[in-house]
Design a protein around this ligand. Structure first.
Ligand code: 8YV
Length: 326
């Protein structure tokens, strides 16, 4: 029997490519270029499956040009690069990589919170610039983390991981806002109290964003929300670019209307708003919250296993839609 043809849209671990090659005829992006638009369509139009990494937009025009496509396995828990309605209507299965990255991403959320509140990158730049001789009593005096109030917007698996770290590890008072409340048992485990978004923004010392990007969550934090926050507060975004209005944030940080921000995701990444790049009170990282060797390997294997299970007829392991023809 002929193996199905698949496209691996960015470079992945060689062992994952080897595994895929046992089941599929694989075209892979060994040069790891950013295939977008027409080039992606050209490469995908004769393929039955694809492994994507979150940066490739799968939308109605692409689907119309790729009639043989049956499944796109995203190597990411977020799948806002999918036009899910268009995929479902075209009979194309989508999958993601939940669970395997939860704890690693929660670790990073907490690391970014610590780095931001305690001004770690700013102080490192100062030291490397040979400026330490200018010591003062309030040099890099930041915000308290232990015992402070942690506000989490988006209380899925990663949000819950951050809540546990804050409550159990740092004695923080955790409040959260989410589309729906957690089950009482989970609230107890996370030591987290449900509040309105407004109360969270007005009272939290540290606000962490971990919600999925959708049309409804676009600019969840803009100028009006930043205006509610304490002038001493920090804002952490490990969710998606577009959840925060980066222009409004750059202005609020410049005017010190909030103290600091830690950002792993950006509107229009890999571009970063120039107003953010020039500020000292923001910690910037290039979308690396899930980037440990073990977790990236687990994500790549899960994406590959989704493709294998689907074509074996067992059904995808972690589907995100139910296409009509499946
Ligand atoms: C990845 C992510 O950085 O899982 C997600 O939703 O944003 C990240 O873990 C990325 O998409 C890697 O493929």
């Amino acid at each position: 029997m002929q193996k199905p043809s698949i496209l691996v849209a960015r470079a992945v671990f060689p062992e994952v490519l080897d595994k895929l090659a046992q089941h599929f005829t694989v075209e892979s992006n060994t040069e790891d270029r950013d295939w977008a638009g027409d080039e992606l369509v050209q490469r995908l139009k004769d393929k039955a499956g694809a492994l994507t990494t979150g940066g490739q937009r799968i939308d109605a025009p692409l689907l119309a040009a790729c009639p043989q496509l049956r499944i796109v396995a995203n190597m990411a828990v977020g799948y806002n690069n999918f036009d899910l309605d268009a995929m479902t209507a075209a009979g194309v299965q989508g999958t993601n990589t939940p669970d395997v990255l939860t704890e690693t991403t929660a670790d990073f959320g907490f690391a970014l919170l610590m780095a931001t509140a305690r001004r770690i990158t700013e102080s490192e730049h100062f030291l490397r610039a040979g400026l330490w001789t200018q010591w003062r009593y309030d040099m890099f005096a930041g915000a308290e983390v232990h015992g402070s109030r942690l506000g989490i917007i988006g209380m899925g698996r990663i949000g819950q991981g951050i809540a546990r770290r804050g409550a159990h590890g740092f004695g923080m008072e955790v409040v959260y806002h989410n589309r729906s409340r957690l089950a009482p048992q989970l609230e107890v485990e996370c030591k987290a109290r449900y509040v309105t978004k407004e109360e969270l923004l007005r009272t939290a010392d540290h606000v962490v964003l971990v919600l999925p990007y959708t049309a409804e969550s676009h600019h969840t934090i803009g100028a009006p929300e930043l205006a509610l926050m304490k002038p001493t507060a920090t804002l952490i975004n490990i969710a998606r670019g577009g959840i925060v209005d980066d222009t409004a944030l750059a202005l609020a940080l410049r005017e010190r209307r909030i103290a600091a921000a830690g950002l792993d995701v950006f509107e229009g990444e890999p571009q970063v708003h120039p107003g953010l790049l020039e500020l000292p009170n923001v910690v910037l990282t290039p979308h690396i919250a899930s980037a440990t060797v073990g977790t990236r390997l687990a994500m790549a294997h899960l994406a590959a296993d989704n493709l294998i299970a689907f074509f074996d007829g067992c059904g995808p392991l972690t589907p995100v839609n139910r296409p009509r023809s499946e």
